[in-house]
Design a protein around this ligand. Structure first.
Ligand code: HEM
Length: 384
């Protein structure tokens, strides 16, 4: 009897759904706008003073690909690869197939594609030029794996459609395969485009609103992010999160670890996401409301010049070995100078951060990000 009942009600639901579809575009509890907005053709400028993909509002999907120059490849091979990437990126980001693109149809919807190129210390060694970036010192919290670390050159490929990202990565890596081979690939995501108003701060897989206190591209980038020549530097850290033990912690404990509320992202001393955190506020027992051990207290800059820009993506890969999750953050930080901006903050977090109990850095890499290019130039020309 229960089965029959279910069947009848499902039929009624279907009938109701179909009737409603004609009027309002609602069927089976699934709502579609009558005029669906379509974003695939959206393209962002490629040429300019700065490379795109840094100040660009983060797209839904990101792939970080590190490559190593092949043995014997030097300055000439590196420059050839950078010239190919410049030409390919200029076309793909505008919805045009790359030259000799074997799947040209896949280029038609760039979906706000950006391709950002970086050069690691090894690229400068190969080119016989002093490197503007050096690897980070080891940290006590690190459990770094070679499979997620270092690399001579980096491609950060972001778009609102994973198909556009996959196609761009395929073309870019294929076209330089005689000069460089893939070292690691990290695939990341944020909320899908259209699920929230643009400009909404992302959530990471721990459930936190992540990215609230961040320099404003329109205001702070000239002093904090862009070098004099228009480039910057980038730190990529793959940070695993222990969701199984995080899930065991109650909400109060989780909010205490970060210093912010889970629902709104507001500081524990405030009501709204962008309220200033009050690190001096105490409760009636005289205990700080935001713990000095919390992530935001430890990560907070000690002077204005210590700030940097975070543009992170979540990762969520198949769990292996009996675990129930293999998730974390592809933490990408952009700053003029790693040594005076990123490093002191990372060192403080290494000394102590309540969040460390659930987070483990498993990958690390640094790159110089060349300036943007004018038409006719190639990426990296001012550094080599
Ligand atoms: C703030 C999460 C790693 C630097 C925050 C916030 C969250 C968060 C939820 C508060 C909201 C916001 O302002 O964005 C995480 C997670 C991490 C991680 C889950 C690792 C899995 C790091 C690392 C650094 C860092 C490695 C730097 C070395 C910062 C900074 C802030 C911040 C500078 C802003 C602090 C402030 O001034 O209020 N993070 N974070 N975070 N985090 Fe992290």
């Amino acid at each position: 009897v229960p089965q029959r009942g279910t069947e009848i009600s499902r039929r009624r639901l279907l009938a109701g759904g179909v009737a409603a579809l004609g009027a309002a575009g609602v069927a089976y509890g699934y709502t579609r706008e009558p005029e669906e907005p379509v974003f695939g053709r959206e393209s962002l400028s490629f040429y300019g003073v700065h490379q795109a993909g840094i100040a660009t509002p983060p797209q839904a999907h990101g792939m970080f690909v590190a490559l190593d120059l092949r043995d014997g490849a030097g300055r000439d091979q590196l420059i050839s690869a950078l010239k190919i990437w410049t030409t390919d990126a200029a076309r793909l980001t505008q919805g045009q197939p790359a030259l000799a693109d074997t799947e040209p149809e896949l280029a038609a919807e760039p979906s706000a594609l950006t391709i950002t190129v970086g050069l690691g210390p090894g690229a400068f060694t190969a080119a016989g030029t002093p490197s503007p970036v050096e690897g980070l010192p080891p940290f006590g919290i690190d459990r770094l794996e070679t499979q997620w670390s270092d690399g001579d050159v980096l491609l950060q490929v972001c778009a609102d459609d994973p198909l556009a990202v996959a196609h761009a990565v395929r073309v870019l890596t294929k076209n330089v395969r005689t000069m460089a081979s893939i070292r690691w690939v990290q695939r990341g995501f944020r909320s899908a485009r259209g699920t929230q108003k643009s400009g909404t701060t992302m959530r990471n897989l721990m459930g936190q609103v992540d990215g609230t206190v961040n320099p404003d591209p329109a205001v702070d980038f000239d002093s904090l992010v862009w070098n004099r020549d228009g480039g910057t530097t980038m730190v990529v850290r793959r940070i695993a999160v222990e969701l199984d033990t995080w899930d065991e912690l109650d909400r109060g404990g989780r909010e205490f670890a970060v210093g912010r509320k889970l629902d709104t992202g507001a500081p524990l001393t405030g009501q709204f996401e962008h309220d200033d955190a009050d690190f001096d506020a105490t409760d009636r027992f005289g205990i700080p409301v935001i713990s000095p051990a919390s992530h935001i207290a430890r990560a907070r800059h000690t002077h204005a010049g210590e700030q940097f820009f975070r543009r992170a993506y979540n990762y969520d890969e198949p769990a292996a070995g009996g675990a129930t999750s293999n998730s974390g953050l592809i933490f990408a930080a952009f700053q003029r100078d790693i040594g005076t901006q990123f490093l002191p903050v990372q060192q403080r977090l290494d000394e102590h951060d309540a969040l460390n109990e659930w987070t483990t850095p498993i990958g690390s890499a640094v790159f110089a990000i060349p300036a943007g290019v004018p038409e006719g130039g190639f990426l990296g020309q001012e550094l080599l």
